[in-house]
Ligand binder design. Sequence first.
Ligand SMILES: Nc1ncnc2c1ncn2[C@@H]1O[C@H](COP(=O)(O)OP(=O)(O)OP(=O)(O)O)[C@@H](O)[C@H]1O
Length: 264
Amino acid sequence: MPNRKEVTVSELRLDAVSKSFGGLHAVSNIDLVAPQGSITGLIGPNGAGKTTIINLITGTLRISSGRVFLDDVELTTAEPDVIARRGVSRTFQNIRLLPEASVLDNVIIGFHRHERSSVVAGLLGLPSSLRETRALRQRGMEILKRFRIERFADAAAGSLAYGHQRRVEMARAVAAQPRILLLDEPVAGMNDVEADELGDLYEELAASGIGLLMIEHNVRFVTRMCTRIYAMASGKMIAAGPPGEVLKDPNVIAAYLGDRYAKG
Ligand SMILES: Nc1ncnc2c1ncn2[C@@H]1O[C@H](COP(=O)(O)OP(=O)(O)OP(=O)(O)O)[C@@H](O)[C@H]1O
């Protein structure tokens, strides 16, 4: 076990994390580090265990064995709301916005990690919270500007194009002031231009000090974005390193080819 006091860069760290569902070893003995201020990738064929890793980090699933740390704070058995308050945010493989609510309200909901009462009161329109509501709306607008979607502030989130909904989702996650942001297939279904536009925003987030851990199948995108990637197959870590090395690794190539043949 490394001495936590030796950590110089803030980081999310998984030490020998495993998860079983009954007899199925979905995730076995996974070591992984995602430093703040950089973008780390997690790749692997379908069913490799990638989403399970995110669910274990966020506390949605209970870890069977192993430990998770954010810097020197252990999160292994913490409840999801505690983990979120510690600074871990996520986006989902399938976008989960409130489609009828405005874009701005969807982002304001992201503030709830710190200010649950005023956010809820504000959304309910309680008069006592008018001042707080104005302040929240102003902060929400600032985040929308950062993601270049302020012109959609009053539109229903569900009416936006897919790429813009992805930005709203990112804006909501960033409203929670994360230190680590977990992204589950953030550019799935996007063309290269849309993906690269979003990629520019991810780079800005990393430059602002947030650590990003990104599950992504898009090899071109992963290669562009990530300083380091981890490759999983059948619940195990099979390679880790710079994208150029990992994507050439014979075990990684074999895992992907096996996946393709398995699908026929
Ligand atoms: N709640 C659950 N109960 C039982 N088995 C599960 C559960 N969640 C995941 N699994 C199993 O764990 C394994 C890993 O699944 P996981 O969704 O983490 O893979 P993945 O790498 O994210 O795949 P994909 O790229 O298709 O999203 C799979 O065999 C899956 O069926």
